[in-house]
Design a protein around this ligand. Structure first.
Ligand code: THU
Length: 160
């Protein structure tokens, strides 16, 4: 028996100027923080920013280690920082970007599976979808209403 699971919908903006003010600031925060990544081993710098319900922006960048598996992705650095410093504030949106130069027709750097699962946890924790902005250096921005769009069958506490 074959089944369809929901629909896969997203928006594409060609330029950051097309976003409304708060979303533009969120994406700019991710872009501006990317250079602060600590990525001496991969050379692949990633920046992330999260927007809290009260308007606060929290940023993060990937943090690597000489023991390679200990490194942490930019998305989780930003998420855990927000969860730690603003534990009562729902995260309502998140932006992710990288310094890597991409060709105009390439898709931007989407979050890895572990980060998708971590973002889902924050959606569950605050019962609020997290609007996701993923952008590459070509300026094109992919927008998803919830990270669940890109993580079907996500694990959640109902299974425990
Ligand atoms: N990285 C992120 O920060 N986010 C992702 O979603 C994928 C990968 C980092 C981890 C590592 O420091 C480098 O990029 C190369 O994998």
């Amino acid at each position: 028996m074959k089944k369809m699971v929901g629909e896969f919908q997203y928006e594409i903006y060609e330029r950051i100027e097309e976003l409304e003010s708060a979303e533009k600031k969120l994406v700019e925060a991710a872009i501006n923080t990317t250079s602060q990544a600590y990525a001496p081993y991969s050379g692949f710098k990633v920046g992330a920013s999260v927007l809290l319900k009260n308007g606060t922006l929290v940023t993060g960048q990937n943090q690597e280690n000489a023991v390679y598996p200990l490194g942490l992705c930019a998305e989780r650095v930003a998420l855990f920082s927000a969860g730690s410093q603003h534990s009562a504030q729902p995260i309502i949106a998140m932006a992710i970007t990288t310094e890597k130069q991409l060709e105009a027709n390439e898709i931007p750097p989407f979050p890895c599976g572990s980060c998708r699962q971590s973002i889902v946890e924050f959606e569950s924790r605050f019962k609020h979808p997290i609007k996701l902005f993923v952008t590459g250096t070509n300026g094109r921005i992919f927008v998803f209403d919830s990270v669940k769009t890109i993580l079907p069958f996500a694990f959640n506490s109902d299974f425990l």
